[in-house]
Write a protein that binds this ligand. Structure first.
Ligand SMILES: [Zn+2]
Length: 272
């Protein structure tokens, strides 16, 4: 009888622990999300972001690049596009509940992240992790057993972030951060990687309750969709918007009839 009682308590404890660790059920936690461009956060994890904000977590978004290249418009300039992308991202994330002051920009040029000075890049990301000290970190998936081949910027953001997660643990990486800035080493306990390969995705968040909000938020990135990507305009024609949202609904991954966002969950990284 005693053993049975103990087993029941143990099972209950495990169940409540499992319940607490569900990403969409987190409450009052600090979450840090690294994204290569100002939209991968929304496309890859927008529904999850909405749920995290709804649950009063403190969510910080860090954007590696200014996204100043992605337009086919022959009259567009990089300076103008960077301004447009910043404004679109703030509105987009705002719809998901992220305050503008929680969004920070590392300011690298679009498409050039792999050619940025790597020690500086990893040092900056390490400082952010040590400063924010997140309970949960979200980023693009570098892959666990297989390197995930993303497009440029995505692969650099993926690898740089996990390298910074590792560096953040050991104070002797960038010791000036401790000695001069007072930033203590920090071990990130949990990570969820968006844009995983289908083979390595191991975690799915049901976003049914916020799917329309996610599609609305994604549609705020007007310049990245047709027709604005070809000839910039700041607003949508209703028919174009309806078409874009139909496509988003079609393309959003589904599992057992529900809209989901796929992640690879990890509590560490491959050490060898
Ligand atoms: Zn991107």
């Amino acid at each position: 009888m005693k053993i049975l009682t103990l087993m029941i308590f143990t099972l209950a404890a495990l169940a409540s622990q499992a319940q607490q660790t569900r990403l969409e059920n987190l409450h009052g936690k600090t979450i840090l999300l690294f994204t290569p461009h100002p939209d991968d956060d929304v496309f890859g994890a927008g529904g999850t972001i909405a749920l995290l904000n709804r649950n009063q977590n403190k969510l910080y978004i860090v954007i590696y690049t200014n996204d100043d290249k992605g337009s086919y418009d022959p009259d567009m300039t990089s300076q103008h596009l960077a301004q447009i992308r910043k404004a679109e991202e703030e509105v987009s994330e705002g719809l998901l509940g992220t305050p503008r002051e929680n969004i920070s920009w590392m300011g690298y040029d679009d498409g050039m992240l792999e050619y940025a000075p790597q020690p500086k890049l990893v040092e900056e990301a390490t400082a952010i992790i040590r400063r924010v000290r997140p309970d949960v970190l979200l980023s693009v998936d570098p892959g666990e057993w297989y390197e995930r081949w993303h497009k440029t910027d995505h692969r650099m953001a993926a690898f740089n972030t996990i390298d910074a997660v590792r560096a953040a643990e050991f104070w002797l990486y960038f010791p000036n951060q401790r000695l001069q800035l007072g930033l203590q080493p920090y071990k990130v306990p949990e990570m969820y990687f968006f844009y995983p390969s289908p083979q390595e995705a191991n975690y799915y968040v049901n976003i049914d309750s916020v799917a329309d909000l996610k599609f609305d938020a994604a549609a705020k990135q007007v310049s990245q969709f047709e027709p604005a990507v070809n000839k910039y305009r700041s607003d949508w024609q209703p028919a174009d918007l309806a078409r874009a949202k139909d496509e988003m609904r079609r393309e959003q991954p589904k599992k057992d009839g529900h809209y989901v966002e796929a992640f690879r969950y990890a509590t560490g990284f491959v050490q060898y």
